[in-house]
Ligand binder design. Structure first.
Ligand SMILES: Nc1ncnc2c1ncn2[C@@H]1O[C@H](COP(=O)(O)OP(=O)(O)O)[C@@H](O)[C@H]1O
Ligand SMILES: [Mg+2]
Length: 294
């Protein structure tokens, strides 16, 4: 019997994480796979399994398991690229993927802070106000800020000095709304539009409402290309609509999630990503085993 381990984070458990776990366990059971949940603080010494679903950002644990020859989904390196939006931007900026104009802030140290603002002078000319500021590491919109002016930007940047940070053009055309495409393997399995009337961030966590959405061919192209370039087996790709000089609506990529929550997506589209991810993993490890035997 095929055995798998679902790694979740020991210190972050909620109704949503439990709901996703249950969908994974059910999808495995339905396919005769023995899947066990293990928190990332468990003892993995001597653990034997056919695959690991790293439903967490503990890339060090993931890398350790990979070193033992265990197939880990998503790959820890890909998760690391997604878990820092500055690294995601660098990986995707020259790959034919439309992105909002972005400036990566210079590295400083928490004790020193930003002692001069030359980079912000340049960014201000390029991006204007208001300006989006993002911490490299963040989720649920919690580490995404909208600075209305220079004073606010300096205050935010100073308070986060030492973290990876980026500055980005605010896409005012779509304030409070975005699209989430869910990629598994080489397919977009489902998508939703998210809208928040009370905030510039569309995240469900912050009150965004979700609607089933049928992506355009260009949106699918961007999502599949981004997931592929980052080496992801599955991904939640966030896109936003901008308007080009000719007045046409064009999608831009905002971020790629290696462990995208799927409870709301499941509810509004009826598509169960846990089933697609499980089947994808089984087909990949089936293929790898065949290659080893052959
Ligand atoms: N450049 C931008 N212009 C307008 N809105 C943005 C921009 N970047 C992010 N947002 C809004 O903020 C939300 C959160 O940003 P995102 O980059 O997806 O980070 P998170 O990891 O927190 O979800 C997006 O879903 C979108 O609604
Ligand atoms: Mg997002």
């Amino acid at each position: 019997m095929t055995r798998g381990i679902l790694i979740t984070n020991a210190y972050w458990q909620s109704d949503t994480t439990r709901a996703m776990r249950d969908l994974f366990l059910q999808a495995a059971r339905d396919r005769g796979v023995q899947l066990a949940e293990m928190p990332n603080d468990a003892d993995f010494t001597g653990i034997e399994t056919d695959f690991v679903i790293l439903w967490d950002k503990d890339v060090r644990l993931g890398a350790m398991l990979e070193k033992r020859g265990i197939p880990v989904f998503n790959s820890p390196l890909s998760i690391a690229l997604c878990d820092d939006k500055t690294l995601t931007h660098l990986a995707l900026m020259d790959q034919g993927i439309p992105l909002p104009e972005t400036v990566i802030c210079p590295q400083t140290f928490p004790v020193n802070g930003y002692r001069r603002w030359d980079f912000l002078d340049r960014a201000e000319k390029l991006l204007g106000w208001p300006m989006i500021i993002k911490e490299g590491r963040g989720s649920f919109g919690l580490q995404v800020y909208l600075a209305k002016d220079r004073a606010e930007a300096e205050r935010i940047l100073q308070s986060k000095a030492g973290e990876p940070l980026l500055l980005q053009r605010f896409i005012s055309f779509s304030s409070g709304s975005d699209k989430r495409l869910y990629v598994v393997g080489d397919r977009v399995i489902a998508a939703m539009r998210r809208v928040n009337d009370n905030d510039f961030r569309a995240n469900i966590f912050g009150g965004g409402r979700a609607f089933a959405y049928t992506p355009t061919a260009e949106e699918e192209r961007i999502a599949l290309l981004a997931a592929g370039k980052l080496g992801l087996s599955f991904a939640g790709v966030d896109l936003i609509d901008d308007r080009d000089a000719g007045g046409n609506t064009v999608p831009l990529l905002l971020e790629v999630n290696s462990n995208a929550q799927f409870v709301a997506l499941h509810e509004v589209t009826g598509v169960n990503p846990a089933v697609h991810m499980t089947e994808h993993i089984l087909s990949v490890i089936g293929r790898e085993q065949k290659q080893k035997n052959g």
